[in-house]
Design a binder for this molecule. Structure first.
Ligand code: M6R
Length: 617
C-alpha cells in the first residue's frame, strides 16, 4: 500500500522518480506526487490520479533538483485529492515528507500540534509528521553547537518517537539539501547503492534497473543518505554499519517484455517460476535439501501440529499445503487467515510449527501473526518471494519461492510457486521423518519435474478459454465447484475472477451445494467445475449434474476422461499426481479471469480498490 521512491545524485531527480513511481504503481494508484530541492527551496508537484497525470502536470519536467522524494498513494485517511496527496510539508515549508503506513495516534498528535499553533491542509494522518519534525527542530533540546544535520536527524527521531503505527518515511529539507533521511517500522524500505548516487524505494523492482546492490532497512532503523554515502543509525541514533545484499533478479523481470499486461506475462512465466523454485532442491534418486534451512529429525518429531497462516492467494496455497503435509508427513495441519489468527488466541506452543506464506513478505497481518506465534514459543517458517522482506527477517527459518518479481496485483506465478515449494517442503519433512514410503515420494518428484512442460502445454492452447470468456464476460454471478484439492483451487479461481473482473463469484465444496447455495442456481448461471481427483470423478459429476438440471451453464476443467456428462464446455489439462493438480488446474482459471477482465475493458494489473502489498491491517 503506497509506493515510495527517492533519489540523490548528480542527475535530475524527476525522471528517475517518475520512472520509479510507474513501476511502483501496483502498490497504490489513487494519487501521486514528488518533491525536489532547488536553490534551497522545496518544490512539490502532486495530484490525484495515476502517475501519468503527474507526468503531464505543467512544469514538472522543468524541475532541476538532484535530490527528491516521491509517492504513489493508496488512500487510507482522506479521499484521493490533491491536498491529501504526498509529499506533505510542515507549515514553514522546511520539511517535505512521504509516508507509507498508518499513524494510529494522528488525531492526538494533530490536536497537540494545533494547540501549538500549527494548521493542517489535508485529512491525512501523514501531515502530522513534517509538522512534528518542525516542532522538534524549533523547540527540541538542541545544543547550539550541533550542526544542522545532527539537529535535523534528531528532530526526525523525536517526531518518530511520538508515532504509533506503521511507517516508511522519507524526509528532505533545504536545511540539509544534500541528504535524504529515511526511517521505517513495519513498512518496507530499501536503499539501492549506485556510483555517486543512491536510490530509495518501497520495493526492489522499482530501482532494479539502476543497481543490484541493496541495503534492506530494518524496523526502527534510520539512514542518512547522501550521493556518496549511506549512514545507518539505530533507534537511539548510534551509528552502525550494514551489509549490502546483491539481488540476482534480472532487471527485465520488472518489465512487461512485450506482453499487454503484467498479469499475462506472469501467467506465462509459470513454467520458469516452477523450474526455478524446484532448482536444486531435489533430484531424482536424491533426498530433498534446502540451502537455507536445516531442520533436525528430533525437532520434527517434537512437533504435534502445524499451522499455515497467510492472506488471500497465499492462504489458498496454504490450503493445498495442508493436504500435502498431512498426506506425506502425517502431522495435523490447520490453515488460518492471518487477520483472524492474530486475534483469536490460537493454541500454540513450542511443539507447534507455524508456516507463514507471503509473496511480498510485507503483509501486515501475516507479520503480526508470525510475531504472535514467536511470543508463544512456536518455531516459525516463512515462505516468501522477496529476499530480505520483513517476514523473512522475523522468522526462524525462511525458504524462498523463485518466481521473480510479481507486479500484477492479481497473484498468479506466486501461487503456483508457493504450492510447489510447500510440496518440496512436505517431501523434505517426510524424508527426515520417514513418514512416507520411498516410492510415493519418488513418484511425486517425477511428476513435479514434469509440471513446467505440462503448464506450457496448457498455455499453448488459450483460445478455447478466451472463447468461453467472450461468452460469459457480461455475467453478474458465477460459481466454482470442486472437492478436496479441487475445492481449494476453486477458492483461488473465484478470488481471481472477483478481483480483476468485478464479477461476483463464490466457490463451494461441491458436496456442500445442497446445503443451501443451490438455491442460487437458476437458468443460465455459469458454474465452473474442477475435476482432477480420479477417486472423486463420479461424485463431482453428480454435483454438476444437479446444477445442469436447474439450468446452469457449465465449464469443466479436468484431467479425467468424462463419459456420459453434459457439460457445455470442457477444458482438458494434463494429468498429474492428484497432490499437485492445483498447479495445473488453476492456470485455465487465471486465464479465464484475465480474458474476462480484458473483454470488459478493465485495467487488469491495477484493479479498483486494491494494492499489491497490504501493509496495513
Ligand atoms: O504478499 P502476500 O502474499 O502476503 O499477499 C497476500 C494477499 O494480499 C494476496 O495474495 C492477494 O490476495 C492477491 N491480490 C490475490 O491475487
Amino acid at each position: 500500500m503506497c509506493g515510495i521512491v527517492g533519489y540523490i545524485g548528480n542527475k535530475k531527480a524527476t525522471p528517475i522518480l517518475l520512472d520509479g513511481l510507474l513501476s511502483l504503481e501496483y502498490r497504490g494508484y489513487d494519487s501521486a506526487g514528488i518533491a525536489t530541492i532547488e536553490n534551497d527551496v522545496i518544490k512539490v508537484m502532486k495530484d490525484k490520479g495515476r502517475v501519468k497525470n503527474l507526468e503531464n502536470l505543467d512544469g514538472i519536467h522543468d524541475l532541476i533538483g538532484t535530490v527528491g522524494i516521491a509517492h504513489t498513494r493508496w488512500a487510507t485517511h482522506g479521499k484521493p485529492c490533491r491536498e491529501n496527496s504526498h509529499p506533505h510539508m510542515d507549515n514553514s515549508n522546511t520539511f517535505a515528507v512521504v509516508h507509507n503506513g498508518i499513524i494510529e495516534n494522528y488525531i492526538e498528535l494533530k490536536e497537540f500540534l494545533i494547540s501549538k499553533g500549527y494548521t493542517f491542509l489535508s485529512q491525512t494522518d501523514t501531515e502530522v509528521i513534517p509538522n512534528l519534525i518542525h516542532y522538534y527542530y524549533t523547540n527540541g533540546p538542541v545544543s547550539v553547537l550541533k550542526d544542522s544535520l545532527e539537529k535535523f536527524l534528531g528532530s526526525v527521531k523525536s517526531a518518530v518517537n511520538d508515532l504509533k503505527g506503521s511507517y516508511a518515511i522519507e524526509v528532505i529539507s533545504p536545511i540539509c539539501p544534500n541528504e535524504v533521511i529515511v526511517v521505517r517500522k513495519d513498512s518496507p524500505l530499501v536503499i539501492g547503492k549506485g556510483g555517486g548516487e543512491n536510490y530509495i524505494a518501497s520495493d526492489i523492482p522499482a530501482i532494479l534497473k539502476y543497481t543490484k546492490e541493496f541495503y534492506l532497512l530494518d524496523d526502527n532503523e534510520f539512514a542518512v543518505i547522501s550521493k556518496d554515502i549511506v549512514k545507518f543509525y539505530d533507534s537511539s541514533l548510534t551509528e552502525h554499519s550494514k551489509p549490502i545484499k546483491n539481488i540476482e533478479w534480472d532487471s527485465n523481470a520488472a518489465d512487461k517484455c512485450g506482453y499487454e499486461d503484467y498479469m499475462l506475462k506472469e501467467i506465462f512465466e509459470q513454467p520458469t517460476a516452477i523450474r526455478e523454485t524446484i532448482g536444486s532442491r531435489f533430484r531424482l534418486g536424491e533426498k530433498c535439501s534446502f540451502d537455507d534451512i536445516d531442520i533436525s529429525k528430533e525437532y520434527l518429531k517434537s512437533i504435534n501440529n502445524i499451522y499455515i497462516v497467510a492472506c488471500g492467494t497465499a492462504m489458498h496455497a496454504g490450503l493445498v499445503g495442508k493436504t500435502l503435509i498431512e498426506n506425506l508427513c502425517k502431522i495435523p495441519t490447520t490453515v488460518d487467515i492471518a487477520s483472524e489468527f492474530r486475534y483469536r488466541d490460537p493454541i500454540i506452543d513450542e511443539h507447534t510449527l507455524c508456516i507463514y506464506i507471503s509473496q511480498s513478505g510485507e503483509t501486515a497481518d501475516t507479520i503480526a501473526a508470525l510475531k504472535l506465534a514467536k511470543s508463544k514459543g512456536a518455531k516459525t517458517l516463512a515462505i516468501s518471494n522477496v529476499i530480505g522482506s520483513s517476514i523473512t527477517r522475523e522468522a526462524d527459518y525462511t525458504i524462498y519461492t523463485h518466481a521473480g518479481p510479481e507486479i500484477a496485483v492479481a497473484s498468479t506465478k506466486a501461487y503456483t510457486s508457493q504450492v510447489a515449494l510447500i510440496a518440496i517442503l512436505a517431501m523434505y519433512f517426510a524424508e527426515i521423518l520417514g513418514s512416507s514410503d520411498e516410492k510415493t515420494i519418488l513418484d511425486l518428484k517425477t511428476d513435479m519435474i514434469d509440471l513446467p512442460t505440462k503448464i506450457e502445454k496448457i498455455l499453448d492452447n488459450v483460445e478455447p478459454i478466451k472463447e468461453f470468456a467472450q461468452k460469459i464476460y457480461t455475467e453478474k454471478d458465477m460459481f466454482f465447484l470442486g472437492r478436496n484439492m479441487d475445492y481449494n483451487v476453486a477458492l483461488e479461481g473465484s478470488l481471481k475472477l472477483k478481483e480483476i473482473s468485478y464479477i461476483h463469484s463464490e466457490a463451494y465444496a461441491a458436496g456442500e451445494l445442497k446445503h443451501g447455495p443451490i438455491a442460487l442456481i437458476e437458468n443460465g448461471v455459469t458454474v465452473i467445475g474442477i475435476i482432477t481427483n480420479p477417486n472423486l470423478v463420479e461424485k463431482s459429476i453428480s454435483n454438476l449434474q444437479e446444477v445442469i438440471t436447474r439450468g446452469a451453464k457449465t465449464l469443466v476443467i479436468t484431467n479425467q476422461i468424462l463419459t456420459n456428462s453434459h457439460f457445455d464446455y470442457v477444458i482438458n489439462i494434463p494429468e498429474t499426481n492428484p497432490l499437485l493438480s492445483p498447479i495445473l488446474s488453476i492456470i485455465p482459471m487465471q486465464l479465464l479471469s484475465y480474458y474476462i477482465s480484458k473483454f470488459k475493458g478493465l485495467d487488469v494489473d491495477k484493479p479498483r480498490n486494491l494494492a499489491k502489498s497490504v501493509t496495513v491491517e
